[in-house]
Design a protein around this ligand. Structure first.
Ligand code: AP5
Ligand code: MG
Ligand code: ZN
Length: 215
């Protein structure tokens, strides 16, 4: 299964991708996670990306296109992958097509998660993530058993630097301007499936699985 999860910040791409990786045994490729790891490690790429990310803008296309191209060549992608947060511009989508063609691969599905703007702000301001294993939580919608501690591994939970309300609003605007056009891009390509992302996490997952297994 070669899948793109498309949707605004906070739509639930990461949450759903983590469940799908277990179900289908294919990797989640989150450009956001890869970039945050590079920032944390202080690599040249991380240093370049940080200012864009802190401002809620997009990292330049050539940087992320290179990251994804290299990642798709790794052996664990042979049976499929879930792209989470990539592509985010038409130029990235075009570059992905070229990379896949070169590898003799083709996308199976693009699932677009649709969520209201105000719900997105509430999801992002309440998001917490495990420092150790990366599992995501929400203080209200998906709280850990013990506040601030990961159920899965006992690690501390943290709040992302870009999950402040002002930066969130900027990210939503950037999504509307630069990423939303990909909905019609993939609709025109006949690959798009649209999913109502407003329901609770388990229901969204159920619907997603039935879409993926339908045909
Ligand atoms: P990235 O990390 O991709 O952030 P994003 O797109 O803003 O998306 P999020 O991770 O915020 O949202 P999500 O949809 O994964 O939501 P989640 O599942 O966590 O990118 C960060 C930055 O990196 C970008 O701003 C940019 O600078 C750079 N970048 C990354 N990729 C790039 C690219 N391709 N090109 C250029 N720059 C790039 O859910 C959110 C919260 O809601 C959680 O707390 C969760 O528990 C909760 N939740 C999830 N589903 C539900 C539900 N159904 N009901 C209630 N709560 C829910
Ligand atoms: Mg995410
Ligand atoms: Zn953990």
């Amino acid at each position: 299964m070669k899948l793109i999860l498309l949707g605004p910040p906070g739509a639930g791409k990461g949450t759903q991708a983590k469940m799908l990786t277990e179900k289908f045994n294919i990797p989640q490729i989150s450009t956001g996670d890869i970039l945050r790891a590079a920032v944390k490690d202080g690599t040249a790429m991380g240093l370049k990306a940080k200012a864009f990310m802190d401002a809620g803008g997009l990292v330049p296309d050539e940087v992320v296109v290179g990251i994804v191209r290299d990642r798709l060549l790794e052996a664990d992608c042979d049976n499929g992958f879930i792209l989470d947060g990539f592509p985010r511009t038409v130029a990235q989508a075009d570059a992905l097509q070229v990379s896949l063609q070169t590898m003799g691969k083709e996308l199976d599905r693009v699932i677009s998660l649709d969520v209201d703007a105000e719900a997105l702000v509430e999801r992002l301001t309440g998001r917490r993530t495990c420092k150790v294993c990366g599992r995501g939580y929400h203080v209200k919608f998906d709280p850990p058993g013990k506040a601030g501690i990961c159920d899965a591994c006992g690690g501390d939970l943290f709040q992302r630097d870009d999950d402040r309300e002002e930066t969130i609003r900027k990210r939503l605007q950037v999504y509307a301007d630069q990423t939303a056009p990909l909905i019609s891009y993939y609709r025109d390509a006949g690959a798009l499936m649209e999913l109502d992302g407003m329901q609770p996490i388990p229901q969204v997952q159920e619907k997603m699985l039935s879409l993926l297994q339908a045909n």
